[in-house]
Design a protein around this ligand. Structure first.
Ligand code: DUC
Ligand code: ZN
Ligand code: ZN
Length: 468
């Protein structure tokens, strides 16, 4: 099967040009000046004139079916990857989990069992280490060598659940420095946060907004700084701060990067658009929809301005979603009368490509940085490049034809995620995902779905391209 995506404006990390993209089977075989294409015979031609042609989005941070907060994230690998496809994402990297006391490889096997035969798009795994001990350290080597898992997430938050102490973190970083893996860090001081949470509850402060108030920016900044220091002690182990939300944390990342350190960070759309006051502080229990960690930050502080700036200057390398959806009914409701029992998470895997494009429309980001932050850099950061993340010969034919003149209206009535609400209800984006191609197959066209469950392949990943 051959396909010609014709007349589009191909956007890559280093530039923009009108070109035709020739696909044979699952691969891109040529990116051609349009004057060459008339001589080529293909099975199908897709007209992309007036549209952008970009590499399929890579969401490097999702939690399908994650057991968390007394329930489980409401998207399965089936529903979540289908929704991702609708939104122009053709690869996810989900987090397999080693629970405390569990053998790492058993946790990984459980994640394979959840995802195998269910995914609509390609997928890979990071590994959450919930119990760093001698066996887990050995397992890190085995996962890097044999399983294509080259990044490990540790938590400075959630004592008693996923939490690692500084000694455990240092050991995991030393192991990663040796085997080339990336340490991903949930950087919030969970011990201090737990004190603030108990004090708030004792004062009768039980509404969702107190979730944010008890997780102050200073405790994200402190943990970020501590993680950076520990990584320095571990011979500059590669460190990636996940879901960075606060200006003060970004300052630590920027300072480390200015020193030439192997320090990277991502942010998420919720931190670029939503706020403590307007969403988490919504009347009654409504704010529960936006309980996530790190929390939404105050609109009276310059977090969003600084995050966009960080995306422009590469102190923030990637926009991921931290997609971790919970319905209000029976899930978020677990925290009625006690914000600390609200399952933490926001769903957004379907909207990341559009929400970051809105930054282009608003003049906050260039087209090239749009593509870099949603596709190219995730591929490079997590060992998928050049198979994924770029429109060039030899790469997988994962493509999105994006209409800058279209409109996307986000809401529960039209989204495909398994959620009974939308974190972005009523938001209108100037721009629209048109056609989505995954390994040469059109899986979405004009809002209609042509993919199928089970077609997504597990991707073994290599080491980060940014490794020094
Ligand atoms: N934060 C969330 O909001 N949900 C899942 C895990 C996390 O760290
Ligand atoms: Zn986290
Ligand atoms: Zn997460």
């Amino acid at each position: 099967m051959s396909l010609l995506v014709k007349g589009g404006t191909v956007v890559g990390p280093t530039g923009i040009r009108v070109a035709d993209v020739l696909v044979e089977g699952e691969k891109i075989v040529a990116v051609l000046d349009p004057s060459f294409s008339p001589t080529i015979t293909v099975d199908e031609v897709l007209d992309a004139s007036g549209k952008y042609v970009i590499p399929g989005g890579i969401d490097a941070h999702t939690h399908m079916e994650l057991p968390f907060g007394g329930t489980a994230a409401s998207d399965t690998f089936d529903t979540g990857t289908r929704a991702a496809a609708y939104g122009g994402t053709t690869t996810i990297i989900d987090f397999a989990v080693q629970r405390t006391g569990e053998v790492v490889q058993d946790g990984l096997a459980a994640w394979h069992a959840k995802a195998d035969g269910e995914c609509h798009i390609d997928y890979a795994f990071h590994m959450i280490l919930g119990g760093v001990d001698a066996d887990a350290l050995k397992a890190m080597d085995q996962l890097v060598t044999d399983e294509g898992i080259t990044s490990f997430k540790l938590f400075m938050a959630y004592p008693g659940v996923f939490y690692s102490d500084d000694g455990q973190i240092l050991r995991a970083m030393q192991t990663a420095r040796e085997n080339g893996a990336m340490i991903m860090m949930h950087a919030e001081n969970g011990i201090a946060i737990d004190v603030l949470v108990q004090q708030a509850l004792q004062r009768g402060e039980t509404d969702p907004i107190y979730h944010g108030i008890t997780r102050p920016a200073a405790l994200e900044a402190e943990a970020t700084n501590r993680a950076i220091a520990l990584a320095e002690v571990a011979q500059d182990c590669p460190l990636y701060i996940v879901h960075l939300s606060a200006s003060q944390a970004l300052e630590h990342v920027a300072a480390a990067r200015d020193e030439g350190r192997n320090v990277f960070a991502e942010t998420c759309p919720q931190y670029l658009y939503l706020t403590l006051e307007d969403q988490l502080g919504a009347p009654g229990f409504e704010g529960a929809k936006w309980v996530c960690s790190t929390p939404l930050r105050s609109k009276h502080e310059p977090h969003q301005r600084d995050l966009w700036k960080g995306l422009r200057n590469n102190d923030l390398a990637i926009v991921s979603t931290d997609h971790c959806p919970f319905c209000m009914k029976d899930q978020k409701e677990l925290g009625l009368g006690d914000f600390s029992k609200i399952p933490n998470g926001i769903g957004g895997v379907e909207h990341r490509v559009d929400l970051v494009f809105q930054g282009v429309v608003d003049g906050k980001l260039s087209l090239e940085r749009w593509v870099e932050t949603i596709a190219t850099t995730p591929a490079r950061m997590f060992g998928l490049y050049p198979r994924k993340g770029i429109v060039q010969p030899g790469s997988d034919a994962d493509l999105v034809i994006y209409d800058p003149n279209g409109t996307t209206r986000i809401g529960v009535a039209t989204h495909h995620m398994n959620m009974d609400h939308s974190a972005y209800e009523g938001v209108e984006i100037k721009g629209r995902v048109g056609t989505v191609i995954s390994r040469g197959e059109v899986i979405v066209a004009d809002g209609n779905y042509h993919g199928r469950k089970g077609r997504g392949k597990f991707l073994k990943r290599g080491l980060s391209s940014y490794l020094m």
